[in-house]
Design a protein around this ligand. Structure first.
Ligand code: CP
Ligand code: NVA
Length: 323
């Protein structure tokens, strides 16, 4: 009988950041640091394949929304681990012509060793995971951006030397990025304070789950409409676009509602003197963050973007049992 490729190993999915236990998340961060330390830097000679950990592994990278960082970092990362990345845009697949997610999952599971998907509804990722027989990774959905959160934790550790006890202030829309930060920060014992305009708070169920995750780690969650309360004494200031992919029609209305929820020099003045500034990118300068702050000394946004590569390599090795 023919069997899917991964039938002999337990399947680990990464659809939300708490699909990893806190100790597993810490191990991924340690591995990401090791991978970063080992990698030759661009500009100092070719960055050629130096790993064979994923030799013989093909990984499908499916994008139903635009992407620069996620797409390129996964493609380069899989290649650097000796694997074969297949970047597939929705309109290149029968998925774009109405083939079901479940049938796509069953078919791809016969060819590839893991599927990375960027999509709209979280239900599409869940269906892919249920119907397929290989690990599924959420490369961003309307609900969550867990790969971003892993890279964000790696970045915070890099600059702050640890995570537990730090205050992260997220100011802006209670969106996918905020959801994953809430959970990831809670798992690591951080105080995550989210300030949004009324009506744009994070999903109530995600907040409840984050509060539960914060309990064993002595983390803390604050949800407020007051950006000053959030940023006061923060170690990390974080923001994201006011209108996410799929919300383009609301952009003008949101720009008015979110005007008081910008990261600017006044926010930095309220934060701790050594606070760092983060943004998942792409940024809309002059909207959720000023040019001055995005390009200022406190900003770590491009290291944060780089760390997507290292964090996702560590994640794939872990999920595929190659760590
Ligand atoms: N931060 C992030 O996921 O960027 P992309 O949309 O470019 O992948
Ligand atoms: N919240 C943004 C993140 C982009 C990386 C979006 O979903 O468009």
């Amino acid at each position: 009988m023919s069997t899917p490729l991964s039938s002999t190993t337990p399947i680990r999915h990464f659809l939300t950041v708490d699909d990893l236990q806190p100790d597993e998340l810490l191990a991924v961060l340690d591995l990401a640091d090791d991978l970063k330390a080992q990698r030759p830097r661009p500009g100092r000679g070719p960055v050629s394949d130096f790993g064979t950990a994923l030799a013989g592994h093909s990984i499908a990278l499916i994008f139903e929304k635009s992407s620069t960082r996620t797409r390129v970092s996964f493609e380069v990362g899989v290649r650097e681990l000796g694997g074969h990345p297949l970047v597939l845009n929705r309109d290149q697949l029968q998925l774009g012509r109405g083939e079901t997610v479940a049938d796509t999952a069953k078919v791809l599971s016969r060819y590839v060793h893991a599927i990375v998907l960027r999509t709209f509804g979280q239900d599409r990722l869940e269906t892919l995971a249920e119907a397929g027989s290989v690990p599924v990774v959420n490369a961003l959905s309307d609900l969550a951006h867990p790969c971003q959160a892993v890279a964000d934790l790696q970045t915070i550790r890099e600059y702050k030397g640890g995570l537990s006890g730090l205050k992260l202030a997220y100011v802006g829309d209670g969106n996918n990025v905020a959801h994953s930060l809430l959970k990831a920060g809670a798992m690591m014992g951080m105080h995550v304070a989210v300030a949004t305009p009324p009506g744009y708070a994070p999903d109530a169920q995600v907040v409840d789950e984050a509060i539960e995750l914060a309990d064993p780690s002595d983390g803390r969650i604050t949800i407020t409409t007051d950006p000053v309360q959030a940023v006061e004494d923060a170690d990390v200031l974080y923001t994201d676009v006011w209108a996410s992919m799929g919300q383009e029609a609301e952009a003008a209305e949101r720009a008015a509602v979110f005007a008081g929820y910008q990261l600017n020099t006044a926010s930095l003045d309220l934060a701790r003197p050594d606070a760092i500034v983060m943004h998942c990118l792409p940024a809309h300068r002059g909207e959720e963050i000023t040019e001055e702050v995005l390009e200022g000394d406190a900003s770590v946004v491009f290291t944060q973007a780089e760390n997507r590569l290292h964090a996702q390599k560590a994640l794939l090795l872990t999920l595929l049992g190659r760590a």
